[in-house]
Ligand binder design. Structure first.
Ligand code: DGY
Length: 323
């Protein structure tokens, strides 16, 4: 790294470990949100890197003439216009791998909570109802005998599949292309997958290609015993169609960690007894978030040191300096 430290912009809320390391290792500039109007022309031209967990639009990228890298906090980078960044030769990085096991663990927890109603059973105990009313009702749903369909068999999907195998759950999957390294039955369409299983686990990235991919038709294909688990991005689920399917019991239950308009969750979903809801916490342990934070800052350091980011997103992989 040259003696003048690169200027890194921190727009909006950011993980505290990212902030601490950026402030120590770079020249940090903080603004309340990713809005170019919050900076004067001189500051705009000084920014060389961005570390963010917020929307980074094409317009914002264009407002930073000397920007060379955007380090996204999170494996999902649908909030960053990576195609536009690549067209301007701006590197974009994300945080794969370091969170896969944590997210997979949480997915299994959410699945079992949804089927066996464990959060509701605990609330029953805490309200004193066990002593006053007797045992909690038997749950109609169980993991026993279920067949899971994983929509998106990437790193996290595979980690979920490995865990489900240990639970003796049969696994099918749908991805755009069949994988050659797994034996699980592949389905060419999401509808075919939903029809073949009774438990649909959605772990695809957000973005235009998956927008509202899980719609009323997919939920009907999943069927009345069907359970939907969603841990990728809220945009992938047609929330209105899901609420209707849960209300009308066209599927049995849903467990969600992600929503279309976070942190706002539709009241109709909150009111449903057959929905088990988490506030986007799949990767949210201190150790996993610190590992993600380190990867964000390590990417910045590697980039300014050698122009070779550690985990470039696919759109920008070609921007890494050749060794
Ligand atoms: C991710 O890494 O994309 C998780 O959803 C946390 O934001």
């Amino acid at each position: 790294m040259s003696s003048a430290r690169p200027v890194i912009l921190l727009p909006g809320r950011i993980n505290p470990h990212v902030r601490e390391r950026v402030e120590t290792e770079f020249e940090a500039v903080s603004i309340a949100s990713a809005d170019a109007a919050l900076m004067d022309a001189q500051t705009l031209s000084r920014v060389q890197g961005v570390a963010a967990m917020t929307t980074i639009s094409a317009e914002f990228i264009d407002a930073l003439p000397n920007l060379t890298i955007i380090a996204n906090f999170g494996v999902g980078y649908d909030a960053v216009d990576a195609a536009h960044a690549a067209s301007r030769s701006v590197m974009v990085t994300n945080t794969p791998d370091v969170l896969s096991d944590e997210v997979a663990d949480t997915t299994i927890g959410l699945l079992i909570n949804t089927l066996r109603e464990l959060p509701r059973a605990e609330a029953y105990l805490r309200a004193g109802r066990w002593a006053s009313e007797g045992t909690y009702p038997l749950t109609p749903l169980t993991l026993r005998g279920r067949t899971a369909g994983i929509f998106g068999l990437g790193r996290i999907g595979l980690a979920i599949a490995r865990r489900l195998q240990a639970f003796d759950v049969a696994i099918h999957y749908h991805t755009r292309n069949k994988r050659s390294d797994v034996d699980y039955p592949w389905h060419e369409t999401l509808t075919d997958l939903a029809a073949a299983v009774d438990t649909l686990i959605v772990v695809v990235p957000g973005g235009a290609a998956t927008d509202k991919a899980v719609n009323g038709g997919i939920l009907d294909a999943l069927g009345r015993e069907g359970v939907l688990i969603s841990v990728g991005r809220g945009s992938t689920i047609d929330e209105e169609a899901l609420i209707k399917a849960l209300e009308e019991r066209r599927i049995a239950a849903a467990g969600l960690d992600v929503y279309a308009h976070e942190p706002h969750v539709p009241q109709a979903l909150i009111d449903l007894p057959n929905a088990c809801l988490l506030p986007h916490v799949a990767s949210a342990s201190v150790s996993t978030r610190n590992a993600m934070a380190n990867l964000v800052v390590d990417n910045l350091a590697a980039w300014f040191d050698s122009r070779a980011a550690i985990t470039p997103v696919p759109e920008c992989a070609g921007l890494n300096a050749k060794a």
